[in-house]
Design a protein around this ligand. Structure first.
Ligand code: SF4
Length: 224
């Protein structure tokens, strides 16, 4: 017989991992005083893993149901439209486009990223619910491409948000993008699409990089 629980004895704190022990709230200092209460001030946390067999099932389900927020930041985004046409028809592969970050699990960046656009990218990424994944399409988003020495574009998107899959090319054809999604599915099924957890673990590094280029930081530090 199990012993009755003594209701007067508080349950001991679980042994939290290090990131939880060092938890700090955000200040949202970029916002005016009256707006700070409107937004969450908690930091992102890595998603805890379930038991292996359950996690394997979750990952199988996640990989077969990708809801995509396609952010066409540059010219390469023109190749994303054929994916939903009858020729390529990504719906048959368990993927569909969504119009809002709140409903999407995959963030697809298509093209060069200007500093002005980066602000929207960060905001959109943080508004997505987890588990979430990022696919960077186009050389410009990955390494600067032909805009490498532009005064107004960033060189590497993965210094600002984590990227799970890179699709190179100028501009990559829809087949290349489909191959990128096949790779993403493979990584999710193997439990290796860990960008979201990386963002939580290296949050201060990402945030410092973002604030270095976005000078008018008038948004919350994290907007989950
Ligand atoms: S890689 Fe080429 S197609 Fe893609 S955004 Fe850059 S210039 Fe445009």
């Amino acid at each position: 017989m199990p012993e009755d629980k003594d209701l007067n004895t508080p349950t001991p704190e679980p042994d939290y991992p290090d990131w939880r022990k060092d938890d700090k709230t955000l200040t949202n200092a970029g916002l005016p005083e009256e707006e700070r209460d409107w937004f969450c001030d908690a930091r992102p946390h890595p998603v805890p893993k379930s038991a292996a067999v359950i996690e394997k099932f979750f990952n199988w389900a996640r990989s077969n149901s990708l809801w995509i927020l396609a952010f066409g930041t540059g010219c390469g985004a023109i190749e994303l439209r054929p994916l939903i046409s009858s020729r390529y028809d990504i719906s048959r592969l368990g993927m569909q486009m969504r119009p809002t970050p709140r409903q999407a699990s995959v963030f697809m960046i298509g093209g060069y990223v200007s500093i002005k656009t980066l602000k929207r990218i960060v905001r959109s990424y943080e508004e997505m619910q987890g588990p979430k994944f990022v696919v960077a399409v186009c050389s410009c988003a990955i390494n600067g491409g032909m805009y490498w020495d532009s005064y107004n574009t960033i060189k590497r998107i993965d210094e600002y948000i984590p990227v799970d899959v890179y699709v190179t090319g100028c501009m990559p054809r829809p087949e290349a993008v489909l191959a990128g999604f096949a790779k993403l599915k493979e990584l999710i099924r193997a439990g290796r699409a860990e960008g979201q957890n990386l963002y939580a673990e290296k949050f201060d590094w990402y945030k410092a990089n973002q604030k270095q280029v976005i000078k008018d930081w008038n948004m919350p530090d994290y907007n989950w």
